[in-house]
Ligand binder design. Structure first.
Ligand code: SF4
Length: 315
Protein backbone atom coordinates (compact mmCIF):
# COMPACT_ATOMS: atom_id res chain seq x y z
CA UNK A 1 0.00 0.00 0.00
CA UNK A 2 1.58 3.23 -1.12
CA UNK A 3 -0.82 6.06 -0.46
CA UNK A 4 1.52 8.61 -2.02
CA UNK A 5 0.80 7.04 -5.41
CA UNK A 6 -2.79 8.25 -5.02
CA UNK A 7 -2.43 11.34 -2.82
CA UNK A 8 0.01 14.23 -2.97
CA UNK A 9 1.34 13.64 0.54
CA UNK A 10 3.60 16.03 2.42
CA UNK A 11 6.30 13.37 2.72
CA UNK A 12 6.35 12.86 -1.02
CA UNK A 13 6.17 16.58 -1.73
CA UNK A 14 9.18 17.26 0.52
CA UNK A 15 11.13 14.35 -0.94
CA UNK A 16 10.46 15.66 -4.43
CA UNK A 17 11.55 19.21 -3.61
CA UNK A 18 14.52 18.50 -1.31
CA UNK A 19 15.72 15.32 -2.98
CA UNK A 20 15.72 13.54 0.39
CA UNK A 21 13.45 12.72 3.30
CA UNK A 22 12.41 15.68 5.45
CA UNK A 23 10.85 14.86 8.81
CA UNK A 24 8.41 16.99 10.81
CA UNK A 25 9.84 17.43 14.28
CA UNK A 26 7.22 18.34 16.88
CA UNK A 27 8.28 20.97 19.42
CA UNK A 28 6.35 22.42 22.35
CA UNK A 29 6.45 26.16 22.77
CA UNK A 30 4.40 26.18 25.97
CA UNK A 31 1.75 28.38 24.42
CA UNK A 32 -1.75 28.87 25.75
CA UNK A 33 -5.02 29.42 23.88
CA UNK A 34 -7.12 32.60 23.69
CA UNK A 35 -10.27 30.50 23.33
CA UNK A 36 -9.67 29.16 26.82
CA UNK A 37 -8.42 32.11 28.83
CA UNK A 38 -11.25 34.53 28.03
CA UNK A 39 -9.36 36.67 25.50
CA UNK A 40 -11.55 35.28 22.70
CA UNK A 41 -13.66 32.76 24.55
CA UNK A 42 -13.91 30.44 27.52
CA UNK A 43 -14.25 26.70 27.64
CA UNK A 44 -12.40 26.11 24.37
CA UNK A 45 -13.65 24.34 21.27
CA UNK A 46 -16.13 21.63 22.23
CA UNK A 47 -13.94 18.85 20.76
CA UNK A 48 -10.75 20.01 22.50
CA UNK A 49 -9.16 18.00 25.26
CA UNK A 50 -8.94 20.97 27.56
CA UNK A 51 -8.33 18.76 30.60
CA UNK A 52 -4.76 18.20 29.43
CA UNK A 53 -4.18 21.89 28.98
CA UNK A 54 -2.49 22.65 32.28
CA UNK A 55 -0.20 19.62 32.08
CA UNK A 56 0.91 20.47 28.56
CA UNK A 57 1.73 24.09 29.25
CA UNK A 58 3.69 23.50 32.44
CA UNK A 59 7.40 22.79 32.57
CA UNK A 60 8.06 23.03 28.85
CA UNK A 61 11.70 22.37 28.07
CA UNK A 62 13.75 24.87 26.07
CA UNK A 63 13.72 24.52 22.29
CA UNK A 64 17.43 23.64 22.30
CA UNK A 65 16.84 20.87 24.84
CA UNK A 66 13.90 19.50 22.87
CA UNK A 67 15.93 19.56 19.66
CA UNK A 68 18.84 17.75 21.32
CA UNK A 69 16.56 15.11 22.81
CA UNK A 70 14.65 14.54 19.58
CA UNK A 71 17.79 14.45 17.43
CA UNK A 72 18.84 11.37 19.36
CA UNK A 73 15.49 9.72 18.71
CA UNK A 74 15.11 10.33 15.00
CA UNK A 75 17.37 8.71 12.45
CA UNK A 76 14.99 8.60 9.53
CA UNK A 77 15.92 11.95 7.96
CA UNK A 78 18.72 14.48 7.75
CA UNK A 79 16.48 17.51 7.35
CA UNK A 80 13.56 18.68 9.47
CA UNK A 81 10.65 21.05 9.63
CA UNK A 82 10.21 22.30 13.19
CA UNK A 83 6.54 21.83 14.01
CA UNK A 84 5.00 23.97 16.74
CA UNK A 85 1.82 21.96 17.11
CA UNK A 86 0.09 22.17 20.47
CA UNK A 87 -2.47 24.90 21.10
CA UNK A 88 -2.00 28.40 19.64
CA UNK A 89 1.60 28.89 18.56
CA UNK A 90 1.28 32.54 17.62
CA UNK A 91 -0.31 33.55 20.93
CA UNK A 92 2.49 35.62 22.49
CA UNK A 93 4.35 38.90 22.00
CA UNK A 94 6.11 38.91 18.67
CA UNK A 95 9.53 39.16 20.35
CA UNK A 96 8.79 35.99 22.32
CA UNK A 97 7.70 34.21 19.15
CA UNK A 98 10.79 35.44 17.28
CA UNK A 99 13.06 34.15 20.01
CA UNK A 100 11.37 30.75 20.03
CA UNK A 101 11.11 30.28 16.27
CA UNK A 102 14.73 31.34 15.78
CA UNK A 103 16.02 28.88 18.35
CA UNK A 104 14.57 26.24 16.05
CA UNK A 105 15.64 27.83 12.76
CA UNK A 106 19.24 28.20 13.96
CA UNK A 107 19.58 24.42 14.26
CA UNK A 108 21.65 23.14 11.35
CA UNK A 109 19.22 20.62 9.90
CA UNK A 110 16.01 22.66 10.16
CA UNK A 111 14.71 23.81 6.75
CA UNK A 112 11.64 25.63 8.04
CA UNK A 113 8.71 25.91 10.41
CA UNK A 114 5.17 24.64 10.65
CA UNK A 115 3.21 26.86 13.01
CA UNK A 116 -0.19 25.66 14.17
CA UNK A 117 -2.61 28.37 15.20
CA UNK A 118 -6.10 29.88 15.01
CA UNK A 119 -7.09 32.16 12.10
CA UNK A 120 -7.95 34.99 14.50
CA UNK A 121 -4.58 34.93 16.23
CA UNK A 122 -2.17 35.95 13.47
CA UNK A 123 -1.62 39.72 13.60
CA UNK A 124 0.30 41.56 10.89
CA UNK A 125 3.48 41.63 13.02
CA UNK A 126 3.47 37.81 13.13
CA UNK A 127 2.80 37.57 9.40
CA UNK A 128 5.71 39.96 8.77
CA UNK A 129 7.98 37.87 11.00
CA UNK A 130 7.07 34.68 9.15
CA UNK A 131 7.40 36.41 5.78
CA UNK A 132 10.89 37.49 6.78
CA UNK A 133 11.84 33.81 7.27
CA UNK A 134 10.41 33.04 3.83
CA UNK A 135 12.63 35.79 2.38
CA UNK A 136 15.62 34.13 4.09
CA UNK A 137 14.87 30.91 2.22
CA UNK A 138 13.06 28.96 4.91
CA UNK A 139 9.94 26.95 4.19
CA UNK A 140 7.14 28.33 6.35
CA UNK A 141 3.77 26.69 6.82
CA UNK A 142 0.98 28.39 8.73
CA UNK A 143 -1.31 25.59 9.89
CA UNK A 144 -4.73 27.12 10.42
CA UNK A 145 -7.43 25.33 12.37
CA UNK A 146 -10.64 25.92 10.46
CA UNK A 147 -12.41 22.55 10.97
CA UNK A 148 -15.44 23.58 8.89
CA UNK A 149 -16.48 26.48 6.66
CA UNK A 150 -20.01 26.34 8.06
CA UNK A 151 -20.44 29.35 10.35
CA UNK A 152 -23.38 27.75 12.18
CA UNK A 153 -21.20 24.75 13.07
CA UNK A 154 -18.26 26.99 13.99
CA UNK A 155 -20.53 28.74 16.46
CA UNK A 156 -21.94 25.48 17.77
CA UNK A 157 -18.49 24.05 18.48
CA UNK A 158 -17.41 27.33 20.12
CA UNK A 159 -14.53 28.07 17.76
CA UNK A 160 -14.76 31.81 18.35
CA UNK A 161 -14.08 32.77 14.72
CA UNK A 162 -15.95 32.54 11.45
CA UNK A 163 -15.01 31.40 7.95
CA UNK A 164 -14.48 34.97 6.75
CA UNK A 165 -11.73 35.42 9.36
CA UNK A 166 -10.00 32.29 8.03
CA UNK A 167 -10.36 33.47 4.42
CA UNK A 168 -8.84 36.88 5.14
CA UNK A 169 -5.77 35.59 6.98
CA UNK A 170 -5.21 32.85 4.42
CA UNK A 171 -5.15 35.34 1.56
CA UNK A 172 -2.81 37.70 3.42
CA UNK A 173 -0.40 34.93 4.39
CA UNK A 174 -0.25 33.42 0.91
CA UNK A 175 0.32 36.84 -0.64
CA UNK A 176 3.48 37.04 1.51
CA UNK A 177 4.75 33.64 0.35
CA UNK A 178 3.74 31.83 3.54
CA UNK A 179 2.20 28.44 2.78
CA UNK A 180 -1.14 27.70 4.41
CA UNK A 181 -2.26 24.27 5.56
CA UNK A 182 -5.97 24.10 6.42
CA UNK A 183 -7.08 21.75 9.19
CA UNK A 184 -10.52 20.19 8.66
CA UNK A 185 -12.60 17.75 10.70
CA UNK A 186 -15.03 15.26 9.15
CA UNK A 187 -18.02 14.25 11.27
CA UNK A 188 -18.66 17.35 13.36
CA UNK A 189 -22.09 17.34 15.09
CA UNK A 190 -25.02 17.76 12.68
CA UNK A 191 -22.71 17.99 9.67
CA UNK A 192 -23.31 15.77 6.66
CA UNK A 193 -21.26 14.58 3.71
CA UNK A 194 -22.66 17.57 1.83
CA UNK A 195 -21.38 19.98 4.52
CA UNK A 196 -17.90 18.51 4.28
CA UNK A 197 -17.87 18.77 0.50
CA UNK A 198 -19.11 22.34 0.74
CA UNK A 199 -16.34 23.15 3.23
CA UNK A 200 -13.77 21.77 0.79
CA UNK A 201 -15.22 23.86 -2.03
CA UNK A 202 -15.07 27.05 0.01
CA UNK A 203 -11.50 26.32 1.14
CA UNK A 204 -10.44 25.69 -2.47
CA UNK A 205 -12.20 28.86 -3.63
CA UNK A 206 -10.17 30.92 -1.14
CA UNK A 207 -6.99 29.00 -2.04
CA UNK A 208 -4.73 26.90 0.14
CA UNK A 209 -1.43 25.02 -0.18
CA UNK A 210 -2.18 22.09 2.07
CA UNK A 211 -4.96 20.27 3.89
CA UNK A 212 -4.94 18.19 7.04
CA UNK A 213 -7.96 15.93 7.48
CA UNK A 214 -9.15 13.81 10.33
CA UNK A 215 -12.38 12.38 11.64
CA UNK A 216 -13.98 13.72 14.78
CA UNK A 217 -12.36 12.30 17.91
CA UNK A 218 -14.37 12.43 21.10
CA UNK A 219 -11.82 12.72 23.87
CA UNK A 220 -11.84 12.73 27.64
CA UNK A 221 -12.00 16.22 29.09
CA UNK A 222 -13.88 17.77 26.17
CA UNK A 223 -17.36 19.29 26.17
CA UNK A 224 -18.31 16.72 23.53
CA UNK A 225 -17.40 13.90 25.91
CA UNK A 226 -20.34 14.88 28.12
CA UNK A 227 -22.75 14.82 25.16
CA UNK A 228 -21.34 11.47 24.03
CA UNK A 229 -21.77 9.96 27.50
CA UNK A 230 -25.34 11.24 27.56
CA UNK A 231 -25.99 9.51 24.24
CA UNK A 232 -26.50 12.81 22.41
CA UNK A 233 -23.47 12.53 20.13
CA UNK A 234 -21.90 9.88 17.95
CA UNK A 235 -18.49 9.79 16.31
CA UNK A 236 -18.23 8.91 12.61
CA UNK A 237 -17.89 5.26 11.65
CA UNK A 238 -14.81 4.20 9.72
CA UNK A 239 -16.99 3.64 6.65
CA UNK A 240 -18.59 7.08 6.75
CA UNK A 241 -15.24 8.75 7.37
CA UNK A 242 -13.57 7.02 4.43
CA UNK A 243 -16.56 7.67 2.14
CA UNK A 244 -16.44 11.42 2.82
CA UNK A 245 -12.70 11.97 3.24
CA UNK A 246 -11.82 10.02 0.09
CA UNK A 247 -14.32 12.06 -1.93
CA UNK A 248 -12.83 15.27 -0.53
CA UNK A 249 -9.40 14.08 -1.65
CA UNK A 250 -10.72 13.15 -5.10
CA UNK A 251 -12.18 16.65 -5.42
CA UNK A 252 -8.92 18.33 -4.40
CA UNK A 253 -6.57 19.59 -7.11
CA UNK A 254 -3.42 17.52 -7.27
CA UNK A 255 -1.05 20.37 -6.50
CA UNK A 256 -2.46 20.75 -2.98
CA UNK A 257 -0.45 18.83 -0.41
CA UNK A 258 -2.20 16.54 2.06
CA UNK A 259 -0.34 16.77 5.37
CA UNK A 260 -2.60 14.08 6.82
CA UNK A 261 -5.60 12.04 5.66
CA UNK A 262 -6.53 10.59 9.06
CA UNK A 263 -5.29 10.75 12.63
CA UNK A 264 -4.79 8.22 15.38
CA UNK A 265 -5.60 8.58 19.06
CA UNK A 266 -5.40 6.26 22.03
CA UNK A 267 -7.45 5.28 25.02
CA UNK A 268 -7.93 6.36 27.75
CA UNK A 269 -7.91 9.89 26.29
CA UNK A 270 -9.85 8.67 23.25
CA UNK A 271 -13.47 7.76 23.99
CA UNK A 272 -14.79 7.27 20.46
CA UNK A 273 -14.44 6.12 17.71
CA UNK A 274 -12.13 3.27 18.64
CA UNK A 275 -11.23 2.51 15.02
CA UNK A 276 -8.84 5.45 15.08
CA UNK A 277 -6.66 3.69 17.66
CA UNK A 278 -5.20 1.81 14.73
CA UNK A 279 -3.87 4.36 12.27
CA UNK A 280 -3.19 1.69 9.61
CA UNK A 281 -6.84 0.69 9.50
CA UNK A 282 -7.91 4.07 8.15
CA UNK A 283 -4.87 4.33 5.89
CA UNK A 284 -5.58 0.93 4.37
CA UNK A 285 -9.26 1.71 3.81
CA UNK A 286 -8.39 5.10 2.35
CA UNK A 287 -5.98 3.49 -0.07
CA UNK A 288 -8.64 0.96 -1.10
CA UNK A 289 -11.27 3.66 -1.71
CA UNK A 290 -8.93 5.87 -3.76
CA UNK A 291 -7.52 2.91 -5.66
CA UNK A 292 -11.04 1.86 -6.61
CA UNK A 293 -12.60 5.28 -7.31
CA UNK A 294 -9.67 7.41 -8.44
CA UNK A 295 -6.73 9.34 -7.03
CA UNK A 296 -6.53 12.91 -5.73
CA UNK A 297 -7.94 15.29 -8.31
CA UNK A 298 -9.67 12.56 -10.30
CA UNK A 299 -13.17 13.83 -9.53
CA UNK A 300 -12.67 17.32 -10.90
CA UNK A 301 -11.75 18.85 -14.18
CA UNK A 302 -8.21 19.36 -13.06
CA UNK A 303 -5.67 20.55 -15.57
CA UNK A 304 -2.85 19.64 -13.18
CA UNK A 305 -2.56 15.88 -13.54
CA UNK A 306 -1.25 13.99 -10.52
CA UNK A 307 2.06 12.40 -11.38
CA UNK A 308 2.78 9.29 -9.33
CA UNK A 309 6.27 9.47 -7.78
CA UNK A 310 7.54 6.50 -9.77
CA UNK A 311 6.93 8.47 -12.98
CA UNK A 312 8.88 11.53 -11.85
CA UNK A 313 12.13 12.36 -13.57
CA UNK A 314 15.25 11.78 -11.46
CA UNK A 315 16.28 14.85 -9.43
S1 SF4 B 1 -8.78 23.26 19.71
FE1 SF4 B 1 -7.15 24.80 19.66
S2 SF4 B 1 -8.24 26.76 19.51
FE2 SF4 B 1 -9.73 25.23 20.25
S3 SF4 B 1 -9.66 25.36 22.51
FE3 SF4 B 1 -8.26 23.73 21.88
S4 SF4 B 1 -6.26 24.74 21.73
FE4 SF4 B 1 -7.81 26.36 21.70
Amino acid sequence: MQLHHLVNTLGQDLQRRYGEKVHKLTLHGGFSCPNRDGTIGRGGCTFCNVASFADETQQVKSIQTQLQERAGEIHRAKKYLAYFQAYTNTYAEVQVLKNMYEQALEAADIVGLCVGTRPDCVPDAVLDLLADYVAQGFEIWLELGLQTANNTTLKRINRGHDFECYAAITQRARALGIKVCTHLIVGLPRETHHDNMDTLKQVLDVGTDGIKLHGLHIVEGSTMAKAWRAGRLEAPTLESYIATASEMIRHTPSNIVYHRVSAAARRPTLLSPLWCENRWLAMTEMFRALDKNGAQGSAIEDTFVFVPPTALPAQ
